[in-house]
Design a protein around this ligand. Sequence first.
Ligand code: KG4
Ligand code: ZN
Length: 320
Amino acid sequence: MIVERQKGLLILGIETSCDDTCVAVYDSAFGLLQNVICTQEFYHNYYGGVIPRLAYGQHKTAVKTVLKYVCLFLKIKINYIFTIVYTNGPGLYNPLTVGASVAQRLGVMLHIPVYSVNHLEGHVFSSFLGCESYIRFPHVSLVASGGHTLLVTYTKRNFCVVLGSTKDDAVGEVFDKLARYLGFGYPGGSVIEKISKSIKPNVKGIFVNMEQHGFNFSFSGLKTCICKSIQNNVITLRCVSTKAFNIENMLLDKLHKISCRAVSYTNTTLLTSTGGVCANKFLANQLRTIRNCFILVPELTFSGDNAAMLILSVYVNLFK
Ligand code: KG4
Ligand code: ZN
């Protein structure tokens, strides 16, 4: 049965920038109604990283099915949608075009506005999904994913300043590369976290002190250093869990330190941390030690790529 809707404006989100086909529907009166993430992890896992051409094919196959599923599940007709948002980048070129073309075709067909959103801006707002009342300005956001590592401060609605970003590899990319190097599998970050959990809590991590100033990140030196130590058996303390534990410590410590610096520089009392890497519990606990600052970490389903985050970013910046 299709129910007629009385309240709220429905916003549809489509995200296809990397290896997840995501569709979400947000109701301006009731909040998030549905957030579907159709992951391609299974296919890319075989290659130890995302294969763009494979991702493109999978998005093309999945996007319409996911859209139909969402409408059926919510018992809504597609013409109840009031606005559509999709990711315009950064991301993989061909996968991005899948979401863009579906959104634009639907927009023309339904005569409704279509907005394109920066993927990273979406990540910034993902922390507020489910707790929209926490949205306040100014705040600092750490975005750490497979493609990006970025510190940004939102001083007011629709206005942000990039404090720093990675000068080489993104932190998630380093996790993925090291995990592949060690034969742990993909996605590297979550596998490394799972393996390192088996380590005894009293084992101290090895820290390589590579001092950096400012708010920019650099991970390639650390990556080479870790690879060399693995080769030279310096951090191979008996078992794989120790290796994983040390990798996690070294990479995430850098995120923690620079975020800390950004919070005190901007004198803000709210730090949000988002992106796939921020699903890491060790990082969340490290960030929570920052004094006089409330740390907002999104729910696990919202920390990686999703379409709900795009909708919230448009909704907060343009409609609220
Ligand atoms: O945001 P995301 O889902 O996709 C984009 O890259 O945009 O992030 C994926 C990245 C991968 O590199 C993966 O290794 C990392 O997030 N990741 C983690 C964890 N779960 C996923 N890194 C550290 N700890 C985790 N628990
Ligand atoms: Zn992402």
